[in-house]
Ligand binder design. Structure first.
Ligand code: GRF
Length: 190
């Protein structure tokens, strides 16, 4: 049995964080025992911090406005000192640089069918588009925004007249379904 240590990085609500932690921490998957010893928030007012408290998950806050390189160095140092093998981005609103990407394998979730609707307004753009379907994607993190190799995607059909908030809830439910699956796929490639 191989133990793999995940860290979850977030900046906001933290629903993916909670879902992944509840479904994967301290659990066996084939040859792996998954441990999630650490979360990191880039915002000190993120609701996800509250979720971490309730889950008993250690949460570090790195909220500095430092230059990207220095920020990434802090991240690398905390991740290394916690012996993290795989980094999970779940609503983490910072772009990670080359040094980070060369040291860690990281996954990200994005609320669209990539490569469509990259960037921070994906959900709104996908909702407003005339496409009949929408979806979510999990991909490896590269130093180019929302552009690394895809691991898992799934779709929903749009419902005529659906409110944005109902649409958002269905996309989040889809994310909660595909992110753990994508993590398992990535673990098999570690
Ligand atoms: C998700 O929609 C994810 O696709 C995007 O940020 C959102 C995070 O949601 N990258 P939550 O904080 O996990 O609830």
């Amino acid at each position: 049995m191989k133990e793999v240590r995940l860290a979850i990085l977030f900046s906001g609500n933290g629903s993916n964080l909670e879902n992944i932690y509840k479904n994967m921490n301290d659990k066996n998957f084939d040859d792996f025992l998954v441990k999630i010893p650490l979360a990191i928030s880039s915002r000190k007012d993120a609701y996800g911090i509250e979720r971490c408290k309730n889950l008993g998950l250690k949460c570090e806050i790195i909220a500095s406005k430092e230059h990207k390189v220095d920020y990434d160095k802090k991240l690398i140092s905390i991740l290394e000192s916690n012996n993290i093998n795989l980094v999970i981005l779940a609503g983490f609103m910072r772009i990670l640089g080359k040094e980070f990407c060369s040291k860690f394998i990281a996954l990200n979730i994005h609320p669209s069918i990539l490569p469509l609707f990259k960037g921070a307004n994906a959900l709104k753009e996908s909702y407003q588009s005339d496409m009949k379907i929408a979806g979510a994607s999990v991909h490896y993190v590269s130093d180019e925004l929302d552009s690394g190799e895809l691991i898992e995607q799934d779709i929903i059909y749009k419902i005529e007249g659906e409110s944005f908030s109902d649409f958002e809830s269905r996309i989040h439910a889809l994310e909660h379904k595909i992110y753990p699956k994508a993590i398992l796929k990535a673990l098999c490639k570690l």
